[in-house]
Design a protein around this ligand. Structure first.
Ligand SMILES: NC(=O)c1ccc[n+]([C@@H]2O[C@H](COP(=O)([O-])OP(=O)(O)OC[C@H]3O[C@@H](n4cnc5c(N)ncnc54)[C@H](OP(=O)(O)O)[C@@H]3O)[C@@H](O)[C@H]2O)c1
Length: 302
């Protein structure tokens, strides 16, 4: 029975010449560069520093903070941390942010999302020094992105551009279709991939619930990027045979990760991110790339 099941699976894999695009090697290459840049700063007696703030006792959020702290230590970063109680007020949160904003030894800062329901995450984001915003989500940084000015880039979109570049997937002049116009992923990614740069420069279309026949667009995409957060929304019939498919959208049910891209899509795609270990690792790497860039900028300005 088990052998049958495995047999089915491997047959499907064998029939498919689909290239897998894992995020791990992309992240490793970005993080190697970050570590080298961190070493240059350390030689100048500056330790790059990425501070984190966690409100409440959500296990998953605490886990994400631990992953970032472990990564920070491996890269030679300091990682000061503030843990506020679940009943912290907005003023408490802003005071913690202000303390890191004002600390010249801290170069990057993130408030772990989500915060408890009584707190306003957007207000906290806006209280942050935009130059320390390693998530690249501060409105000023979104404005910089739209204007093509330097600044921290939103991590998941930047990670997707890096992933396509790492695997030498041509983007310039190609038709990219993004399903989803959310502020975290679809919208900033559309701006990023339409910019005039060899690793971008694409013809980008964004579809969403306002485009009920969105499949008409995804079916012609050279590169299809799922950014909806609707498990299994992308099925084989939505994909042009041979297209590159990037799964950015996911939903968590407890600890279970449910991707937007159904596993059957592997049979039509020319290349595809794996369901686990695809875009995720590149997001964390981009966080540290933003942090090291912020540290270098602070040192240059000092
Ligand atoms: N892998 C990672 O590291 C990572 C990091 C960040 C985010 N994400 C994931 O990326 C996804 C997007 O995040 P976000 O914050 O940018 O998005 P969001 O604000 O949740 O927006 C989702 C988008 O998908 C569209 N959509 C939802 N259902 C649809 C449907 N049935 N048909 C067509 N369009 C539909 C929505 O359309 P409307 O605008 O019309 O409502 C909206 O534009 C989420 O799943 C999130 O978990 C992953």
């Amino acid at each position: 029975m088990e052998a049958d099941r495995l047999g089915d699976h491997s047959t499907r894999r064998r029939m498919s010449s689909t290239r897998l695009l894992p995020g791990g090697p992309v992240a490793e290459s970005v993080l190697n560069d970050v570590a080298a840049r961190a070493a240059v700063l350390t030689e100048k007696s500056v330790t790059p520093s990425l501070a984190t703030i966690l409100v409440g006792d959500d296990d998953a959020s605490a886990g994400y903070i631990r992953i970032k702290q472990r990564q920070a230590a491996e890269l030679g970063f300091d990682s000061p941390h503030t843990h506020l109680p679940a009943d912290a007020t907005q003023a408490d949160l802003h005071a913690a942010i202000a303390a890191y904003n004002d600390d010249p030894a801290v170069h990057g800062l993130l408030v772990q999302y989500p915060v408890p329901g009584h707190l306003d995450y957007d207000a906290a984001l806006q209280a942050m020094d935009p130059d320390k915003d390693v998530d690249g989500m501060h409105p000023l940084n979104m404005g910089r992105l739209a204007l093509g000015m330097p600044g921290p880039l939103p991590c998941t979109p930047a990670g997707i551009e890096a992933l396509l570049a790492y695997y030498d997937i041509p983007v310039s002049g190609r038709e990219v279709v993004i399903l989803g116009r959310g502020a975290t992923l679809g919208r900033p990614l559309a701006v990023l991939l339409s910019q005039k740069r060899p690793t971008a420069n694409a013809a980008v279309t964004v579809v969403h619930t306002g485009v009920p026949d969105w499949a008409r667009y995804t079916q012609r995409a050279d590169i299809l990027i799922a950014a909806a957060g609707v498990p299994g929304i992308i099925q084989p019939e939505h994909v042009k045979p041979g297209a590159v498919v990037v799964g950015g959208g996911v939903r968590y049910e407890g600890r279970r990760l449910l991707p937007d891209v159904d596993e059957s899509v592997e049979s039509v795609a020319g290349a595809i991110t794996p369901r686990v270990g695809g875009v995720g690792p590149t997001t964390v790497a981009m966080l540290f790339r933003n942090a090291i860039t912020a540290a270098e900028r602070a040192v240059a300005a000092a």
